[in-house]
Design a protein around this ligand. Structure first.
Ligand SMILES: C[S@@+](CC[C@H](N)C(=O)[O-])C[C@H]1O[C@@H](n2cnc3c(N)ncnc32)[C@H](O)[C@@H]1O
Length: 426
């Protein structure tokens, strides 16, 4: 890969950093004559790094320090069989209470050869309450997963009444570190053993590799947390229990990456003329199940056509207020692009009002005002004036808000009473 990267023309120099928490591994790479030319050319660097406990990565040759806030470009990372050797916690949920299972081992007499072959595992159960993990989001996720819901391969497994599952706490924390270092803009390529999709089928489906072990990783759990944070996990439909290849993209436009937009591409290939109708039909079919990410993907798939806003506006209005900041920022970027690409032929003010309303729902009141300010039509529409009033008020400018309300009343004296009938006289 380093050799290939050297041939790629990019505006920025790409450096591949080999990392491991085990110093002995990093030592062996430093001594490896095959790697030396790349190290000396500055194409390859090394670092002792543990994403569970370190928030900073120091490249040993260049002395570059990757820490939150210091990295400008998105980061591409590769985790090949990393998550399966990291710590996971074992739980048993019994239709309500969740028990953590503590796993210990005993040596069996006359054990076979090999460290793990002569061990017998024993577990002890302890009930847990909320606050098991210090990160509230992760804690909520544990309770969601224990309560059932769409985890497991392709998210389609019905929850059994009582289930035992591994919770990938250290992989989740490693992803948190990657997100911190990259400012939330990363591509992660994952090669993992994902095991039996129904994790409860076999107890501790351990792989024994000499003196070390690995455990299957439920990428569905990881997906569930990171989806909320605006990331997209692309999983292979066909994979083996021993290796699933997946990619997670966060904070960068995913283009036609989602399953929905590939569905849309199918529709478009059947009916290239009916772009908006096809996409709209898809939206209507999926009403209620679309996420904010789906809505943004669909908007991109129809090349940010403003005619499509009406179809996705209900999803945006529903999800933008509670969306995590990076996802909200991405939505605002997309909405601004919709507005920039809009060419008003008929002086229709609705597009500027829709875009500004959605920006206001994303709490970008300044940008909402900028959109209204750049639309001639919006200046003569009382709805736009009321929206502007709301934005001014949210930005702490009551005078400007009052002025906007007054101008709305001047434009259409009956408007306010129509929408907000006065209380009945006593
Ligand atoms: C199964 S090996 C995979 C190595 C390599 N990626 C490959 O595909 O050949 C797992 C590696 O992850 C390292 N590792 C395990 N936990 C780690 C952690 N928390 N931080 C950094 N490295 C870790 C181990 O030292 C080991 O070298």
């Amino acid at each position: 890969m380093v050799r290939r990267l050297a041939d790629v023309e990019t505006p920025a120099r790409i450096v591949y950093v080999l990392t491991d928490m085990a110093e002995s591994n990093v030592d062996s790479w430093r001594e490896n004559p095959n790697l030396r030319p790349y190290l000396e050319a500055g194409l390859l660097d090394l670092a002792v790094f543990n994403p569970v406990t370190d928030s900073t990565l120091v490249c040993e040759r260049s002395r570059a320090v990757l820490r939150p806030g210091s990295v400008v470009n998105p980061v591409a990372a590769i985790a090949n069989y990393l998550f399966c050797v990291q710590r996971q916690d074992l739980y048993l949920s019994k239709m309500g209470p969740i028990f953590e299972e503590w796993v210990g081992w005993e040596r069996t007499a006359g054990g076979r050869r090999g460290f793990f072959a002569g061990l017998k595992f024993v577990t002890e159960m302890a009930p847990i309450a909320s606050g098991r993990y210090r990160e509230p989001r992760v804690d909520r996720l544990l309770h969601d997963v224990a309560g059932g819901g769409p985890v497991g391969l392709a998210g389609g497994i019905a929850p059994p009444r009582s289930r035992r599952f591994l919770f990938p706490i250290d992989p989740l924390r490693s992803l948190g570190t990657l997100s911190g270092i990259s400012g939330g803009r990363f591509l992660l390529l994952i090669g993992e053993r994902t095991g039996d999709p129904d994790g409860s089928a076999r107890f501790l489906d351990m792989g024994v590799h000499g003196d070390s072990i690995s455990l299957p990783v439920d990428l569905g759990i990881i997906d569930r947390l990171w989806r909320e944070r605006g990331a997209t996990l692309l999983r292979s439909e066909r994979c083996s229990e021993r290796l699933e290849v997946a990619a997670m993209i966060s904070g960068v436009a995913t283009g036609g990456a989602s399953r929905l937009s590939s569905k849309l591409e199918e529709i478009l290939s059947d009916d290239p003329v009916g772009t908006i109708t096809g996409a709209g039909r898809l939206c209507e079919d999926k009403a209620g199940t679309l996420s904010l990410i789906d809505a943004l993907d669909l908007l991109r798939a129809v090349e940010l056509d403003s005619r499509f806003l009406d179809y996705v506006a209900p999803v945006l209005l529903r999800d933008l207020p509670g969306a995590p900041p990076p996802l909200r920022a991405e939505a605002c970027r997309v909405l601004k692009q919709v507005w920039e690409g809009y060419f008003a032929l008929d002086g229709n003010s609705d597009v500027s009002i829709s875009v500004a309303g959605l920006l206001a729902a994303a709490e970008d009141h300044a940008e909402a005002l900028a959109v209204l300010g750049s639309s001639d039509a919006a200046a003569i529409d009382p709805r736009a004036r009321y929206l502007a009033a709301m934005c001014h008020a949210s930005l702490g400018d009551p005078d400007a808000a009052q002025e906007a309300v007054d101008s709305a009343r001047d434009l259409d004296p009956g408007f306010a009473t129509l929408r907000h009938p006065p209380p009945p006289a006593k």
